[in-house]
Ligand binder design. Structure first.
Ligand SMILES: *Cc1c(COP(=O)(O)O)cnc(C)c1O
Ligand code: SF4
Length: 336
């Protein structure tokens, strides 16, 4: 070994930060100056779906507030153990498709790829919380299946990288994936569905931006932000870097009880997104996955919230309220 050579960090800073994410309730509550007494915490909930909260996301929470809308999204609580007949393990019917190589081709002209099982954060309302994600990692065999599929289906013009969270892939893997996909001339757009610019903005590195800059296709990023408080100064910087690299930014949110089910919260979210060049795209009704029933907002109530949102914002800041119905050829509109 040449001891005099300066040593490059083997692990990028964002990976170090990710490794420091809160994974147990006590540490998170200490950080927030909250006492566990009186909170409906559940270890069984953690066993069903582990806890993961990046420090930056926790930093956006209000200290001492057990009802903080960001905390509600990530804290494992006993309500998750409640069962309801219409809440099932695979509510959108993705699991079978995902197992078959991670290619989900439900809608015309675009395919969605499961690139990884993991996320930087574990959202308690997630419809994928019950999936065996270790099986879903993109690998060599899967990549060659994807490339064969694109070769065989020239009517596909858009590839959506999803997960889990595709930005959890390291630069080599992600770079190889987008580069291979971009070689098909019929692919006009590459879309990335990611919550990482919101929950782990340090992932938006010059190296990552460089990967995107090399791709001739348009790159679209659909972020996932549910509440204006998630948009920290670090998030704003990351989004502005993406924007500077000609990446179009949209946002999808999930309508969640006690998180963002007040019209004022959704209005503030749209305003704050747009102030940072992010266009509100979809507001999803909850996918009815086992363990998420306490987040559900009834459709009738959702529509009345949206009427109030619409009465207060220009049309382009009103997200489309949609739900996913298995077998349909697109998301199903509930309120535009
Ligand atoms: C949601 C989804 C898409 C994207 O739908 P858009 O309406 O184009 O945003 C594509 N494929 C699958 C399988 C989806 O679930
Ligand atoms: S980031 Fe998205 S996919 Fe990951 S846990 Fe949250 S909702 Fe689920």
């Amino acid at each position: 070994m040449n001891a005099h050579l300066s040593v490059q960090p083997l692990v990028p800073a964002w990976q170090t930060e990710l490794a420091k994410a809160f994974t147990n309730i006590t540490d998170l509550l200490d950080f927030l100056n909250l006492q566990p007494e009186g909170l409906p915490l559940s270890d069984q909930a953690i066993q069903n779906f582990s806890m993961r909260v990046p420090v930056g996301f926790a930093n956006c929470m209000e200290k001492g507030n057990p009802n903080d809308p960001l905390l509600k999204q990530v804290l494992p609580v006993s309500d998750e153990l409640n069962t309801f007949p219409d809440f099932i393990n695979d509510p959108v019917g993705d699991l079978e498709a995902a197992k078959l190589g991670g290619i989900i081709h439900k809608y015309h002209g675009r395919i969605l790829l499961i690139t990884t099982g993991g996320c930087a954060i574990n959202c308690r309302y997630c419809f994928r919380r019950n999936f065996p994600y270790a099986d879903l990692q993109m690998n060599k065999t899967r990549l060659s299946l994807v490339l064969q599929y694109l070769h065989d289906n020239p009517d596909i013009s858009e590839v959506i990288l999803s997960g889990g969270d595709p930005l959890l892939l390291n630069d080599n893997r992600l770079g190889q994936l987008v580069e291979k996909i971009s070689q098909f001339h019929h692919i006009q757009r590459i879309r990335i569905h990611s919550r990482i610019p919101i929950v782990l903005p340090s992932r938006i590195t010059p190296q990552l931006l460089e990967i995107f800059s090399r791709i001739p296709q348009q790159i679209i990023m659909v972020l996932h932000c549910n509440h204006g408080n998630e948009i920290s100064p670090e998030v704003i910087t990351a989004c502005s870097l993406l924007k500077q690299h000609q990446i179009l930014l949209f946002n999808q949110a999930v309508l969640l009880k006690d998180v963002n089910d007040q019209a004022e919260q959704l209005i503030a979210l749209s305003e704050k997104l747009f102030a940072n060049n992010i266009i509100p795209y979809y507001l999803h009704l909850l996918d009815k996955a086992t363990g998420t029933g306490h987040f559900d907002v009834k459709t009738s109530r959702a529509i009345s919230i949206m009427n109030e949102v619409k009465a207060n914002l220009p049309g382009y800041l009103v997200p489309k309220l949609v739900r996913e119905i298995p077998g349909e050829s697109s998301k199903t509109g509930v309120f535009f």
